[in-house]
Design a protein around this ligand. Structure first.
Ligand code: FES
Length: 251
C-alpha cells in the first residue's frame, strides 16, 4: 500500500505544532499501525530527519501506552488499541491523519507523545487496598459473590490508555476513574477505603483539570477494553454515599 500521512509534529511542550505530510510506500496490510509508523521513522532517519515521537511499550494491547487519534478517532477506526490496529483497516492511496490525544490535562510532550501522569496521580490518591503483609490468606476465607467478582474483573480491564479522555468532548476522565474506583469498591478487600477512595480519587481527578461528564457516551464507545458507561453511574452512587457518610461524621 502507498499512503499519505498527515502527522502532528511538535518539537516540545512549549513549541507550536502543525501537521506535516509524508508519503509511505510498501506498507503491508498485515503490519500494525505502529509498524507502519516504524517504517516512516526508518525513512526519516535515513533522510537525516527527526523521527516521529510516539508512545508504545507492550504492543500487545495490555499496557495502554500507545495513544493516537487516527482520522479523528481515539485508537482509529476499530475498537482496539493503536498497537492492535492493522493496516488492513485502510486502503491503498488513503490519507491518514495522526494526532496526539487532545485534552488539556494531557499536555503534549513531543509530536504524538502526551503526558498522562495525571492518571498516575488519580491512582495514587486511592487506587489501592490496605493489604496486611504475611502469608497469602486461604482462598475461600473471604467469599466474593460471583456478580461482584465479575464486576471487579470487568472494571479491572481498564489499561489506562486515556482513549476515554481523548474521545470525550469535555476531556472528562470519569470512565477511567470509575473503572479504578469500582474494581476495588465492589470487593470486600476494598471495603476499608471504600469512602475515602472515591472521594480522594474524584477530588484528584477534578484537581488535574479534567472536564465534567455530560454523559455523551463517547468514552465508552472508544474504550478498547469495553468499560461500560454505567460504570460512571456506579461511581456517582459511591460518591454520594461517601459524601453523605462524611457529612454525618462531620468530616
Ligand atoms: S503498546 Fe501496550 S497497549 Fe499498545
Amino acid at each position: 500500500m502507498k499512503l499519505t500521512l498527515r502527522v502532528w509534529r511538535q518539537r516540545n511542550a512549549d513549541a507550536d505544532g502543525a501537521m506535516s505530510t509524508y508519503e509511505v510506500d510498501g506498507i503491508s496490510a498485515d503490519m500494525s499501525f505502529l509498524e507502519m509508523l516504524d517504517t516512516l521513522n526508518e525513512e526519516l532517519i535515513l533522510d537525516g530527519e527527526d523521527p516521529v515521537a510516539f508512545d508504545h511499550d507492550c504492543r500487545e494491547g495490555i499496557c495502554g501506552a500507545c495513544s493516537l487519534v487516527i482520522n479523528g478517532d481515539a485508537h482509529g477506526p476499530e475498537r482496539t488499541t493503536t498497537c492492535q490496529l492493522h493496516m488492513r483497516a485502510f486502503k491503498d492511496g488513503d490519507t491518514i491523519d495522526v494526532e496526539p490525544w487532545r485534552a488539556s490535562a494531557f499536555p503534549v510532550v513531543k509530536d504524538l507523545v502526551v503526558d498522562r501522569s495525571a492518571f498516575d496521580r488519580i491512582i495514587q490518591a486511592g487506587g489501592y487496598i490496605s493489604a496486611p503483609t504475611g502469608a497469602a490468606p486461604e482462598a475461600h476465607a473471604t467469599p466474593v459473590p460471583k456478580p461482584d467478582a465479575d464486576s471487579a474483573f470487568e472494571h479491572a480491564e481498564c489499561i489506562g490508555c486515556g482513549a476515554c479522555v481523548a474521545a470525550c468532548p469535555n476531556g472528562s476522565a470519569m470512565l477511567f476513574t470509575s473503572a479504578k474506583v469500582n474494581h476495588l469498591n465492589v470487593l470486600p478487600q476494598g471495603a476499608p477505603e471504600r469512602e475515602t477512595r472515591v472521594l480522594d480519587m474524584v477530588g484528584q481527578m477534578d484537581a488535574e483539570g479534567f472536564g465534567g461528564c455530560t454523559l455523551t457516551g463517547e468514552c465508552a464507545t472508544a474504550c478498547p477494553k469495553g468499560i461500560p458507561l454505567p460504570s460512571i453511574a456506579a461511581m456517582n452512587k459511591e460518591w454520594l454515599r461517601a459524601t453523605r457518610k462524611a457529612r454525618k461524621v462531620g468530616r
